[in-house]
Design a protein around this ligand. Sequence first.
Ligand SMILES: Cc1ncc(COP(=O)(O)O)c(C=O)c1O
Length: 371
Amino acid sequence: MRGKLTHQKAINRNILLNPGPATTSQRVKEAMIVEDICPREEEFGQLMHDICDGILEIGNGSDTHEVGLFVASGTGAMEATLVSAIGDNDRVLIITNGAYGLRMEQICKSYGLEYDTAFSFGDYPEPAKVKSVLNSGKFTHLAIIHHETSTGMMNPLEEISAVCREVGVKLIVDAMSSYGAYPIDLQETPIDYIFSSSNKCIHGMAGLSFVVFHKDRIAELKANQRAFYFDLYSQWNNLQQKNQLRFTPPVQICYAFMEAILETLEEGVEMRWRRYRANWQVLYDGFKELGFQFFLPDAYQSKILLALDLNSKPDLDFNDLHDFLYKEQITIYPGVIPESNTFRMAVIGDLTLTDMRLVIEKVKEYFNRKD
Ligand SMILES: Cc1ncc(COP(=O)(O)O)c(C=O)c1O
């Protein structure tokens, strides 16, 4: 590991309730301050391999899966997966029950990939319904968002994986805002492709995204090569053969990501999941007590993100609440649900119960303040 520099700077700790880039630990922030290094050096190549190994360990995929690492935001991993996995004779069924499912549709459209969509914004993708669509025999792949960050819905990953296996369809999963926090065990829940990024539930800085894919898919990826920057086979193969990423990596972000992966493994995904759920419950209970209603029924809530219905507080000006909390170093996030007036709060990040209680205290202060 590179030598750490001794320069120290006091950094405020902000409570980010936007769904990533998330609040990071001091340890992850400090990991970015390293000696300069050329990323073509062997030592840096080893760091890239360690990052990939750590990603696989988080999902229990070390024996069965491989990783393609990209210098890109999460959408880059999404694009790389779709353009690399879906061949000329394939057809993908996309579950479009939120903004990110619709983004997958946009990507397929722009590359001319064959696809159909099922479900609308806010719908729950019942596994039986998914199965009946797949039973048409038209599809080679199914693409689904695990945690739809636009609504806060946790889609039924385990059941959908079982359906795909039963009907012999390959499964593509966007686990952008779940991988690292929600326990996904690739041995128990078979998945062909699953992608996420450095800055969500693994709590690193933004700048890297990754695709975890089953070893059995390597031959298809090689045959399907049609993208350039976002070609998953080339990106993976280059690291195996040359011990380097194909294009310039963000050196400091990589060191921080490694630290965040170690932090995730030390906390353990089960414990992190427990922490997220406890944090989410404080927000849910606190806002409910204040008279807020939520976009989703309780049964579908992810326990990672809460979409609040602003119509349940007609007098509330979201921007005013945002600005009040922002001064208190708390960031809340606007909604994206069409024809619904919502805002969002996520518990992604190095956040504690004390942070959540402070959020509720400050929101109560906002409603009680005498202008
Ligand atoms: C489920 C999901 N998929 C894809 C993305 C896109 O990621 P990015 O904004 O990093 O490109 C996001 C971003 O929040 C997301 O939540």
